[in-house]
Design a protein around this ligand. Structure first.
Ligand code: GAP
Length: 447
């Protein structure tokens, strides 16, 4: 199966099974904005929770933050986004298409898709002009007198402006970090590939403040830690690679940068899912200048003051969710059955539903026992109950959404209090005492 097929099949599966819907679909959809349905929100939340646990809860040297989306407009002058967060844009006067002038070779002429924009005789492309990717809105009651504010294009600036608030209130010493998860918005000219590049997305960012001179060592440390996190999420090692930014690729703030890239297959291939950047003292120095407030750290032990350097790790929650889905999707034959199965082989710990409980039949006390088990497990895990259709059909429904364990209550269960637990990947079935089910599942979900 080719990879474009996988993406098409995933888009369809995600809609059919309640993972991801097009935003405002009944009105024809909003361009490159997506809504997470009941299973999608669980999957993305599990990924975000893992990140939060790895970055904040399991470390003494990183604090959490939840800064507002709307920030003082001077923030974006200081950060360089007002002047520099631009892409060159061309319009076609004939078809009204909009394209990135520097990426024309990747685009298709809407009227003649075998050609790139500008190559079809009817095309009339305008001169390239700089297009700022920030969404603008107004703060205040009257549009004319109100000040312009921006929807943040990255969460990082909320961290920089709170550097001293967090350091002083939590009595942190450099080196330490601040982490947050939140929405970011970019008016991308060429969004697409499902939730890969969207106009509203979520970032999980961490800024690690270090003493100048120690920055490249910390940069290497964070590169390695972040790659390991993606491996621990279950992404295949052969689909993960680093990409080092050359001089021409480096963002205006970056001294060094590596992307963690994931192989989405097909025409997308390896693409960035996370950036690890050495931002030097660029941001804090800029905010000092624009706010006229000192953003220095005082090292009491060595009696010196300095503006710390920053190592940033920045990962898209939606992009990692897509990587996890692409990585997990498989179609396979089932021995002895005419129809194969679709499986989302997600790491059990991030699966939206951890266990599905089935009574084999709707009588003989089996539904009652299955419901008692459901209620017992509910507090600890996300669980589902299904009594409709053949047991084979019920297994298939759970395989397709990545449920790692299916628990069946059968005739034997009501006499000896045992149930069968079927493993999604090996298809092996264990018969265990229902009283031990919670511990059995908990052990399998570790990691
Ligand atoms: N603060 C640094 C920063 O924002 P970036 O490389 O522009 O760096 C970091 O973005 C991550 O955010 C990317 O690796 C990607 O996962 C995610 N991201 C960026 N733009 C996105 C978009 N339009 N849609 C979805 N995710 C996006």
């Amino acid at each position: 199966m080719s990879q474009p097929d996988v993406m098409d099949k995933l888009v369809s599966l995600c809609k059919r099974r309640g993972f991801i819907f097009q935003s405002s679909e009944i009105y024809g959809g909003t361009g490159s904005v997506w809504d997470y349905g009941p299973l999608g929100v669980e999957l993305k939340k599990n990924i975000k929770d893992r990140w939060w646990h790895a970055m904040v809860r399991s470390r003494d040297d990183i604090e959490g933050l939840d800064a507002a989306i709307l920030m003082h407009p001077r923030t974006w002058e200081a950060s360089g986004h007002v002047a520099g967060f631009v892409d060159p844009l061309v319009d076609c006067k004939v078809c009204k298409g909009r394209f990135r002038a520097d990426k024309l070779e990747d685009a298709r002429c809407p009227q003649k898709p075998s050609k790139q924009p500008g190559q079809h005789e009817a095309c009339q492309l305008t001169e390239a002009r700089q297009f700022n990717l920030m969404f603008k809105t107004h703060m205040g009651a009257l549009e004319e007198s109100a000040s312009i504010v921006y929807l943040r294009p990255e969460t990082a600036q909320g961290i920089f402006v709170n550097f001293l608030n967090v350091q002083q209130s939590m009595r942190q010493k450099v080196p330490f970090g601040i982490a947050q998860i939140g929405k970011a918005f970019r008016n991308e000219i060429t969004p697409g590939n499902f939730i890969f590049r969207t106009r509203e997305f979520e970032q999980m960012e961490m800024q690690f403040f270090v003493e100048p001179g120690t920055d490249m060592e910390w940069f290497e440390t964070w590169k390695a830690l972040r790659m390991q996190w993606h491996l621990d999420l279950g992404l295949s090692p052969d689909r993960l690679q680093f990409h080092q930014h050359g001089a021409s690729e480096l963002a205006h703030y970056a001294r060094a940068a590596f992307d963690v890239t994931f192989d989405f297959g097909g025409t997308l291939g390896f693409q960035e899912i996370e950036g690890v950047h050495n931002r030097s003292d660029f941001d804090l120095t800029q905010h000092q200048q624009f706010s006229s407030k000192k953003l220095e750290y005082f090292d009491q032990v060595n009696n010196k003051r300095y503006v710390p350097y920053v190592i940033e790790t920045s990962v898209g929650a939606d992009r990692v969710t897509l990587a996890a889905l692409v990585n997990a999707y498989r179609e396979e034959a089932v021995e002895g059955e005419a129809e194969g199965r679709v499986v989302l082989g997600l790491k059990p710990a991030i699966a939206p539903i951890k266990a599905a409980i089935f009574p084999l039949t709707k009588k003989d006390g089996q539904p009652e026992m299955a419901n008692r088990i459901l209620e017992d497990l509910r507090g600890a895990f996300t669980v589902d109950y299904d009594e409709t259709g053949s047991i084979g059909k019920r297994y298939r429904r759970q395989d397709e959404v990545g449920t790692p364990f299916c628990v069946t209550v059968d005739g034997q269960s009501t006499t000896d209090n045992t149930v069968t637990v079927r493993d999604r990947d090996s298809l092996a079935q264990d018969r265990i005492d229902a009283g031990q089910l919670k511990g059995y599942l908990a052990a399998k979900l570790v990691g």
